[in-house]
Design a protein around this ligand. Sequence first.
Ligand code: AKG
Ligand code: FE2
Length: 300
Amino acid sequence: MRPLIHLPAVAEPAEAVALIERDGGVIIDDFIDTATLRGLETDLRPILDRLSWGNDEFFAGKRTRRLGALFKHSKHAVPLVRQPHFLAAADHFLRRPEHVFLGGERVETVPTYQIGVTQVIDIHPGEGRQPLHRDDGVWQWRHPAGGRQARVQIMVAVTDFTAQNGGTLVIPGSHKWDDERIPDDDEAIPTEMRAGSALMWIGATYHAGGTNTSDTHRTGITVSLDLSYLRQEENQYLSMTLDEVAQLPDDVRRLLGYQASEPTCGWIERDGIMQDPHILFEDDDTRERTQVAIGRRGNA
Ligand SMILES: O=C(O)CCC(=O)C(=O)O
Ligand SMILES: [Fe+2]
């Protein structure tokens, strides 16, 4: 089994997409710059260090700490969801057009994507491995689903990731397996990458947090971009107040779920009109009332 390929940050996003299509994942070296890495570490480490260890078999084990609501805790999370390889992969895998009929009219719609999970995962020495799994299992996603994917995800290395300290285990090529093939521990390859680099993979690829047999902790930040008509795995609406969301840039607010998915998923009613929720953050003078509609989008 061939390990996942490393690409430099200057590589064309299309190259990363092609490797994910082929192998189920890719590693982008220097995914974020040093200032972002240091900023994340400074903002998140003190909060993480106050958390207790986990207490379940899958998510945490006995020597792992997990912190969610990343965008509440650090403004340095913003570049993670603007990184060109990540957005290109989300555009490619998630924005697949499909058609529906409205009576005799054939209408094509293209879904958007949204942030599903944001989490710091800090695996300490002595932690055992997670069971190999597919993250799209949260929606009972089936495989193959006509080539459709539900999720594109990153794991950014905050510390170096090694085979010894629990670097994420991945089974290359497993995104093409059906739902009956059982993942075997012998097929999984640990992700080794420098701090600041990122593993990028899709919801169908088998992976797991690794065993930490080293004498130091392994810290990663994971963020997923998911089909925006699926329920968010981490409930972003209840993770931040509207005031906190209002402090974020418009593109991030939309990614957090404050945007309807075409054609009509996620509207809020205002003045008797089904509207896109991003109007919550626009003031009365500048507000452009955006009506959600199938087949045609109108400004009311
Ligand atoms: O910590 C890791 O490397 C992977 C964690 C993971 O896959 C998960 O919690 O779903
Ligand atoms: Fe996972």
